[in-house]
Design a protein around this ligand. Sequence first.
Ligand code: AMP
Length: 278
Amino acid sequence: METVTSLSELRAARAELPEHVGIVPTMGYLHDGHLSLAERARDECASVVATIFVNPTQFAPEEDLDAYPRDLERDLGLLKEVGVDLVWMPALKGMYPDEFQTWVTVDDLTQVLEGTSRPTHFRGVTTVVAKLFNGVQPQKAYFGQKDAQQAVVIQRMVKDLDFPIEIVVCPIVREADGLAMSSRNTYLNPEQRQAATVLYRSLSAAKAAFEAGERQAEKLRAVVAEMVDAEPLAQLEYISCAHPETLRELQGAVERALLSMAVRVGKTRLIDNLEVGR
Ligand code: AMP
């Protein structure tokens, strides 16, 4: 497994890779969720490029950029074990040189859900992903359903800007008790870690209600909201029942929906989602 930092090194190494190439963009501090994307890429592509870059432009000033966990040595060991061929770890100045002023923005899809609480987040994501795509020139790119809105936004960007890249969205990998794996779970103390199970518990309760015949979007949201309210260490930021592709909030009877939520447990902000009616 080769590792590179500069764009010129990346391009030289990329030119040697057998086609097709799959990319797995990450911010590092890898867990089994990230590794499931790399494994899928390895199974579907001749070569796999993973990227590790804690992208400052997708963090707001008050967010956890400085605290974001990092363990490069461990990450590289895990990627090697999975069979990744090349790891690109761009330097900050390499990605955002002085005078940088060009942004990729996706309009409506980024104004809702996560975009409401994090108005500059997706501009950072789409800009860095466009740059990662331009550098690596992959045929396929692997993203997690954990960040459901991100996957929808990236798919829109790829269509709108004619990137010749197939986006593959992989299922959420969870801990044994249902908590979606996330690098941010490491912020939780034992009591908070226990409380954090309320995200998946409440989404699962809404899904069970749907499967038992409940179709009203308002009711499905209420099932989640009531369960989170009952957990003293958790504060609900939003619960959405939206169309899985347009992300428009649904009212009345639904046939298919993306239930997604953000919850604060202490200072840690956690997200999760579940689709119903697939
Ligand atoms: P991040 O390092 O948080 O930027 O995540 C990198 C990629 O891994 C994104 O496409 C995420 O959606 C995906 N990912 C993160 N957590 C999980 C998970 N628990 N299951 C599946 N994919 C995940």
